[in-house]
Design a protein around this ligand. Structure first.
Ligand SMILES: NC(=O)c1ccc[n+]([C@@H]2O[C@H](COP(=O)([O-])OP(=O)(O)OC[C@H]3O[C@@H](n4cnc5c(N)ncnc54)[C@H](OP(=O)(O)O)[C@@H]3O)[C@@H](O)[C@H]2O)c1
Length: 254
């Protein structure tokens, strides 16, 4: 399989969960490039699995100088970039999820920094290093479409990310860069470990499998295969659109 043969890719959060699932599928399709994260241990173990065509860069996507460094190093090592995946996000280290009654300014700012501002600046900083005709993939969430307890702020950032795909595509028409967004439903990633005590993990995942109309939670490969489609010429007529990869969670009433 070589839908992405020699395409240069940058995947933020490529050292865990959905990001690693995307990187693995990209690798299977012949891509090369960079994964970005802050945990050196998982960066090293992930890049060892991805093989010699991938490099890991330790960087914080909420830091604009770090983002600049990521794209400069990528372009120097691999040449101009064809695909950017702005995936890093989700649970914020040191910031709580909560209701509008609970979340104050400090946690608000941290959540916006990771789940919204970083997406904007990943694209902004990456563009000068990108080939015309490339593809940018943003990661939204089904939480943009449904109100889950304590997820108002997170859901709002993802709703804004879905808008970014439309707005950025419009902004970039002259460069033929397509921007689309994948919104996952509940997906089996290490994010569960951040919220759920180890002894309850299986029960919580089983609960979600029961909630999902399709009867199982998503796997990172489900998102990865969709990302291959959006990165490749197979999706050349798609821009500014959202693909829900959510097992029916957003719109099917079970
Ligand atoms: N899992 C789900 O059910 C689900 C559902 C809908 C949407 N999503 C979205 O999917 C994306 C990936 O989530 P996941 O479930 O795969 O979570 P995950 O396993 O916790 O992975 C999050 C990734 O983001 C990176 N990251 C976090 N903060 C960062 C920062 N400041 N700078 C650089 N990298 C950072 C992490 O790397 P380091 O720890 O090394 O920094 C890690 O690679 C997120 O945008 C999330 O909102 C997930």
């Amino acid at each position: 399989m070589s839908k992405l043969k020699n395409k240069v890719v940058v995947i933020t959060g490529g050292n865990s969960g959905i990001g690693f699932g995307i990187a693995s599928e990209f690798k299977n399709e012949g891509a090369k490039g960079v994964i970005v994260g802050r945990n050196q241990e998982t960066l090293d173990s992930s890049v060892a699995l991805l093989g010699e065509n991938f490099t890991a860069i330790n960087a914080d996507v909420t830091n604009l100088a770090d983002l600049e460094r990521v794209f400069a190093i990528t372009a120097e090592k691999f040449g101009k970039i064809d695909v950017i995946v702005a995936n890093a996000g989700g649970a914020v280290t040191g910031a709580a999820f909560g209701t509008v009654a609970d979340i104050g300014e400090a946690d608000f700012d941290k959540t916006i920094d990771l789940n919204l501002k970083s997406v904007y600046f990943t694209v902004h900083k990456g563009l000068p290093y990108m080939n015309d005709g490339g593809s940018i993939i943003l990661i939204g969430s089904n939480a943009a479409h449904r109100a889950y307890a304590s997820f108002s702020l997170y859901g709002a950032t993802k709703a804004a990310v879905i808008h970014f795909a439309k707005g950025f595509s419009n902004d970039l028409l002259d460069r033929r860069i397509r921007v689309n967004v994948i919104s996952p439903g509940t997906t089996d990633t290490p994010v569960f470990d951040k919220f759920v005590p180890a002894e309850q993990l299986e029960a919580v995942k089983n609960y979600w499998a029961g909630v999902m109309p399709i009867g199982r939670i998503g796997q990172p490969s489900d998102i990865g295969k969709t990302a291959v489609f959006l990165a490749s010429d197979d999706s050349s007529f798609l821009l500014g659109t959202e693909i829900l990869v959510d097992g029916g969670l957003s719109y099917l009433a079970k």
